[in-house]
Ligand binder design. Structure first.
Ligand SMILES: Nc1ncnc2c1ncn2[C@@H]1O[C@H](COP(=O)(O)OP(=O)(O)OP(=O)(O)O)[C@@H](O)[C@H]1O
Length: 221
């Protein structure tokens, strides 16, 4: 599903290159549940954003579902994202002016689904996540755990093949974190969703089946 070849990412700082990712080679097969670990600043989020087509490397190749992603035009890349990828952010990134229902519905509007279809999908997700009673509330009226559930429901609305999550439990208490990890495990095992998460937690990493360890922008394990 994912093949990264010799990926480099750098920023120009004070006239010289400051490398964030150095020669990353990574293969992730469909159906895997991978955890990216490593110290702060090692490049985990940058790598996840590149995998999610939200950022681009400065050098290297990225094949996602056999497409040479870096050769694509912005419009094609965004179409690929909308069709196959769901992204869950640590800080939820919900739209405060929209209700829970509308937040989950947003990616479906971008996908040009008809109102009736959108309604059915959002209804199912609200049900599955046990938040039917919250559908007319705004994000600020929810707890952190509930907001993250909405973030995950929104990421899953388009039934992505690949779910990317950047510290999805970072702002949650341990019970909420466990619930989300169990949900990821279930999505991976029962629905076949490929998952890549960034985590600082060994315990969370154990829910997956493989750990990729980054150190100073390089894969060390
Ligand atoms: N716009 C930028 N200009 C310069 N350096 C940047 C920029 N964006 C990110 N970096 C640097 O890239 C490095 C990697 O950042 P990244 O967020 O990928 O690390 P991380 O491993 O996810 O860290 P954390 O665990 O703290 O979230 C950091 O040292 C950061 O300072």
């Amino acid at each position: 599903m994912i093949q990264l070849n010799n990926i480099f990412k750098w920023y120009n700082v004070g006239g010289s290159r400051s490398f964030v990712l150095k020669d990353i080679n990574l293969h992730i097969a469909e159906g895997e549940f991978v955890s990216i670990m490593g110290p702060s600043g090692s490049g985990k989020s940058t790598l996840l954003h590149i995998l999610g087509l939200l950022d681009e490397p400065d050098e290297g190749e990225y094949f996602f579902m056999n497409e040479n992603v870096l050769g694509l035009k912005e419009k094609q890349r965004s179409a690929l994202y909308k069709q196959h990828i769901g992204f869950v952010f640590q800080a939820y990134h919900l739209i405060d002016e929209l209700t829970v229902y509308e937040n989950i519905e947003t990616p479906l509007i971008y996908k040009n689904l008809k109102s009736g279809e959108r309604k059915a999908i959002v209804g199912d997700l609200l049900d599955r996540f046990g938040i039917v009673g919250k559908k007319d509330l705004f994000p600020t009226q929810l707890s952190g755990g509930q907001q993250q559930l909405v973030g995950i429901a929104r990421a899953l609305a388009t039934t992505p093949k690949l779910l990317l999550a950047d510290e999805p439990t970072g702002n949650l208490n341990s019970k909420q974190g466990e619930d989300i990890m169990n949900l990821f495990k279930q999505l991976n095992e029962e629905d076949g969703v490929t998952i890549v998460q960034v985590t600082h937690s060994e315990k969370n990493a154990e829910y997956g089946n493989r750990i990729v360890e980054l150190l100073d922008g390089q894969v060390v394990k």
